[in-house]
Ligand binder design. Structure first.
Ligand code: GAP
Length: 448
């Protein structure tokens, strides 16, 4: 089944039914743009995050990990430019006052807003007579800052204003000097972190793709300004390898060189890695050349030097930065879409999630062939306990007949099902059934 033909509704419904992702606060009618991860979703998310951490932090000599606070001094966001420029164009239905993102409205009406200023978007709306989804006239656009504002402490005035961070990156920049002083790493080196980010999106949509609360896995990679291109190319190739480890087909990934007018205010070059999502080809992650924009802003705002001295020389400069920025939610949708397969087994339709084994939320399921035979159940529980201790994410499954259990495990992407049957009692072998081929083989219990 081509990935383009998979509908978002199919993924959303499977995710809910099988305990991957639920709508946030659903029982109270929901809260737009928020999502909760169920037992399988949280395991899948952790597996993706662990793979990222292993790949980009643990397995490399040039990387350091970090976990910075979500709430930061408001000066961070003034210096970074977010209070001024982290905005989206917003227009309003003039009758019912519902608000929309202007570029999204254009897209929904078949107009590509890439590279347009807000004024140009408004002109197109006028020229084409584009109305709100409720059929009413639209107001002129204005900018809307996407940061969630809050107050820290009991005083509710301007001095206590803070924001839920809209990117994890600033936590890294503000700790660059700390890491430098503690470790004095050779250049180039990077700092990576995984954590929550928040954006008050005007119109959250397309499942978790555009959420108001989401997670990022970001690296700020500090380089000699003369060698940024080399590092950029290296990251480009490292990103592709990581996406392949997630099981995303190469032909579903497309690199988009972002034109200057569409780049974030801090970037001199950006490549968006796009994926063929069910709603459309869209941004999965970004690779940006942030120059010395952020470190210079911090240096200017705090008066503290952000310079790096090349060891054993007097050669000093403020490093430049390459930033690969992965969104966890978008990676999850891409993984779910890539894993989704439909086939037919003995004339019966089967849905099977072909997750790569190393990120599958359940590593294997253990079942007694019949749940009303105490001798089988006893043996199966022994096997379950051993595997559970070894792998953690092992499921006990004795519901329904064996065919139903296989279908259920296929639908949640369990790579292998171990079944304890009467032969086990005689020769200590079990059957191991492979998710993708549906083949079963007998394996000696101690070799599992
Ligand atoms: N520090 C750079 C930065 O934040 P970005 O392109 O704004 O750059 C990086 O965001 C990644 O974060 C995106 O490529 C996407 O994967 C994810 N992301 C951004 N906004 C998101 C949202 N509203 N919902 C889910 N993921 C989002």
């Amino acid at each position: 089944m081509s990935k383009q033909n998979i509908k978002m509704e199919t993924i959303v419904s499977l995710a809910k039914r099988r305990g991957f992702i639920y709508q946030g606060s659903e029982i109270y009618g929901g809260l737009a743009g928020t999502w909760d991860y169920g037992p399988l979703g949280v395991q899948l998310k952790r597996n993706i995050q662990n793979l990222w951490w292993q790949t980009f932090i643990d397995n490399r000599e040039d990387m350091h990990g970090l976990d910075a606070a979500i709430l930061m001094n408001q000066k961070v966001w003034q210096a970074s430019g977010h209070t001024e420029t982290f905005v989206d164009p917003l227009c309003e239905d003039t009758v019912n006052h519902k608000r929309y993102r202007t570029d999204h409205l254009l897209q929904d009406n078949g107009v590509d807003p890439e590279g347009m200023t807000m004024q140009q978007m408004d002109e197109v709306i006028k020229e084409k007579g584009i109305k709100s989804p409720d059929g009413n006239a639209l107001s002129e656009s204005r900018t809307f800052n996407m940061m969630f504002k809050t107050n820290v402490g009991p005083l509710q005035d301007e001095s206590s204003v803070s924001y839920l961070r809209p990117e994890t990156a600033q936590g890294i920049f503000t700790n660059y000097k700390n890491v430098l002083d503690s470790f004095y790493p050779n250049l180039p080196f990077g700092i990576g972190q995984i954590g929550k980010a928040f954006r008050n999106e005007i119109s959250p949509r397309d499942f978790v793709f555009r959420s108001r609360e989401f997670e990022q896995m970001e690296v700020e990679y500090f380089v000699d300004p003369k060698r940024w291109e080399e590092a950029f190319e290296q990251w480009r190739s490292d990103i592709k390898n990581f996406l392949s480890e997630l099981g995303l087909p190469e032909d579903s990934i497309h690199e988009l060189e972002v034109p200057e007018e569409d780049r974030a205010h801090y970037s001199k070059r950006t490549i968006d890695f796009e994926f063929d999502f069910p709603h459309k080809r869209d941004e999965l992650l970004g690779l940006a050349y942030r120059t010395d924009f952020d470190l210079m802003n911090i240096q200017n705002a705090t008066g503290k030097s952000m310079e790096y001295t090349i060891k054993g020389t007097n050669n000093k400069f403020v490093p430049h930065v390459i930033e690969p920025s992965f969104g966890v939610e978008r990676a999850i949708v891409a993984v779910l879409v890539s894993a989704y397969h439909e086939d037919e087994i003995n004339g019966e339709k089967r849905v099977v999630m072909k997750f790569p084994e190393h990120i599958a939320p359940v590593r294997c399921a253990v079942s007694p062939l019949l749940k009303n035979k105490p001798e089988l159940v006893k043996k199966a529980r022994e096997v379950y306990k051993i595997l559970k201790k070894k792998h953690g994410n092992v499921m006990w499954d004795d519901n329904g007949n064996i065919g139903k259990r296989y279908r259920r495990q296929d639908e949640i992407g369990t790579p292998e099902c171990v079944v304890i049957d009467f032969q086990t009692l005689e020769d200590d072998t079990v059957t191991v059934r492979n998710r993708d081929t549906t083949e079963q083989k007998r394996v000696v219990k101690k070799d599992l």
